[in-house]
Design a protein around this ligand. Structure first.
Ligand code: DX5
Ligand code: ZN
Length: 221
């Protein structure tokens, strides 16, 4: 199981320090939530944050684009230092073209699906992507409650991946804490995004990440 701390829940005044802390604690990548106030009802951050983090961490920077018209911004995020670009199935009428564009830019491509979107929409695009992101809350805000109705879908996505592209990562995002992490890994997720359960944990990011890893340990043996 791999962990991708979401900096949406970090203290932006100490961002470099917080990223260094999760890197030291063994994070596998940094998850960067980009919101445009249009695709989702919130604003967050853009490519300058990626550019600021690029020189201060060795970790891959994965960029979750919750924006309308992601094609317009792919180059900018690649130039800033993103290693993977995750785009939503929803609202994208030419998803295959977007994914090919990401691959042409030499980066890892991922497709995200919202809670109401069925697993089956992934069937034709799966062979072209490096990861799938199953949203376990509605996108737009951190610190929301995990939607248990997404669990069966995570399992369906796992079956699709095993059949079509076993090396594809199955990532979950939203409301991930030790309890929900275990449920998701049981259903077949291998990459967990966590914001508030890591950066909002009063015992510190190291202990928070240890708790997440310990919670999924019994599932993995
Ligand atoms: C939600 C974002 C998530 C968010 C997760 O739209 O995509 O990455 O930061 O935050 P938590 O872990 O607090 O639910
Ligand atoms: Zn995200």
């Amino acid at each position: 199981m791999k962990l991708a701390p979401s900096i949406l829940a970090a203290d932006f005044a100490r961002l470099g320090e917080q990223v260094a802390a999760v890197e030291k604690a063994g994070a596998e990548r940094i998850h960067i939530d980009v919101m445009d106030g249009h695709f989702v009802a919130n604003l967050s951050m853009g490519a300058p944050i990626v550019a600021s983090l690029r020189p201060v961490t060795q970790l891959p920077l994965e960029t979750h684009l919750m924006i309308s018209n992601p094609d317009l911004f792919l180059q900018e995020f690649v130039d800033a230092g993103s290693d993977s670009l995750l785009v939503h199935w929803e609202g994208n009428f030419n998803l295959h073209r977007t994914v090919q564009c990401i691959k042409r830019l030499g980066k890892r491509a991922g497709v995200a699906i919202n809670p109401a979107t069925p697993a089956c929409v992934l069937e034709e695009i799966l062979q072209d992507v490096d990861q799938v992101l199953v949203m376990t809350v509605n996108p737009g805000f951190g610190h929301q409650q995990f939607l248990r109705s997404t669990l069966a879908k995570i399992h369906r996505v796992r079956l699709l991946i095993d059949r079509i592209k076993p090396e594809c990562d199955l990532e979950v995002d939203g409301g991930i804490d030790p309890e929900t992490a275990r449920l998701c890994v049981e259903m077949g997720a291998n990459l967990l995004v966590a914001g508030s359960s890591i950066f909002g944990n009063s015992t510190g990011v190291m202990a928070a990440m240890e708790d997440l890893r310990a919670a999924v340990q019994p599932v993995q043996v």
